[in-house]
Design a protein around this ligand. Structure first.
Ligand code: GUN
Length: 304
């Protein structure tokens, strides 16, 4: 296990003793992601010395709403065709091992996101968003797919706490394809009992209060109150929300989906925002790209 949890002094045993209540240990995504990237650096060095000149390579395709592009892309069909054409060409490029299409697609002409994410070759889909990779994850074939980066990073942070997932009650808030749904699958196949909550869940505080492990990816600023959190729970906050703050020069600040100050009073472990899940997402993208390059080398050893 990588050890990068920032330990704080824990006062009291059960976390419910008035001013002696223990404060959560902060799980640092900044530190953990640095460790992951150090490990990846060594793995890439190994690949480069074994297969001279070899470099894992990632392409990030961004669909932008630029006026000059709009001159060329005039219809919905053309817009999608342009993107699909770019994807096909990267799919066929043997020197690229990972391809992600940045979401949401920013185009005046609506493009079917499913069509685009499923056009990425499953072998290069380091976002884990194609239905092939998502299907494998949902069936528990964890060793044979790419796991979406944010949930993968959350699992790494949970591992850092030393709290074992097996047998725990995990609650996920949000069911997006990029965070909530794959997070549910990952926790399930790591043997937690999982409840996934969403906008139509009627008794959210009640559900949250049962969570030994709580992962929130709802996209709503500070929607989870600390009072809902079970004493000693592991709280992982995937939210990145901008809220007005007149004390800042920018006039705003970033907060998560969890009310951090109050949740910290009750949780056993908690991720900060910023500096928690965010840097882990980037590190796991690098990890998936390196993994893809390693799989490519295994299949194509004879070429090198
Ligand atoms: N937009 C925000 N997060 C992500 C991500 O993890 N992958 C992609 N492709 N787009 C995103």
């Amino acid at each position: 296990m990588l050890s990068s949890v920032t330990h704080s002094l824990r006062l009291g045993a059960s976390g419910c003793q008035g001013s002696m209540r223990s404060m959560a240990t902060v799980i640092s995504g900044n530190k953990t992601s640095k460790l992951v990237r150090e490990r990846l650096k060594n793995e890439v060095e190994k690949m480069r010395s074994q297969f001279s000149g070899f470099r894992p390579s990632l392409v990030v395709l961004q669909v932008g709403d630029r006026d000059d592009s709009n001159l060329y892309i005039s219809t919905k069909l053309k817009a999608a065709a342009e993107v699909l054409h770019s994807i096909m060409s990267v799919n066929e490029n043997l020197s690229v091992h990972g391809l992600i299409v940045q979401l949401p697609l920013d185009s005046v002409n609506p493009i079917n996101t499913e069509l685009i994410t499923n056009a990425v070759s499953p072998d290069k889909d380091v976002d884990g968003l194609s239905c092939i990779n998502a299907g494998k994850l949902s069936r528990g074939d964890l060793g044979d797919c790419f796991i979406p980066c944010t949930p993968n990073g959350c699992m790494e942070l949970i591992r850092q706490t030393g709290v074992s997932v097996a047998g725990k009650h995990a609650v996920v808030i949000g069911r997006s394809k990029i965070v909530g749904a794959p997070m549910h699958d990952l926790l399930l196949w790591n043997h937690a009992t999982v409840t996934t909550c969403h906008s139509k869940t009627p008794d959210l505080p009640e559900q949250v209060s049962r969570a030994d492990i709580l992962v929130v990816g709802a996209g709503r600023a500070e929607m989870v109150s600390g009072q809902w959190v079970k004493d000693g729970a592991v709280v992982i906050d995937c939210g990145i929300n901008h809220v007005p703050d007149e004390t800042k020069a920018s006039g705003k600040r970033v907060v998560g989906d969890v009310h951090y100050a109050s949740a910290k009073q009750r949780a056993g472990f908690i991720t900060p925002v910023p500096g928690g899940v965010g840097p882990m997402t980037v590190a796991m993208l690098m990890e998936n790209t390196v993994q893809s390059a390693q799989r490519f080398l295994l299949k194509n050893q004879s070429r090198w």
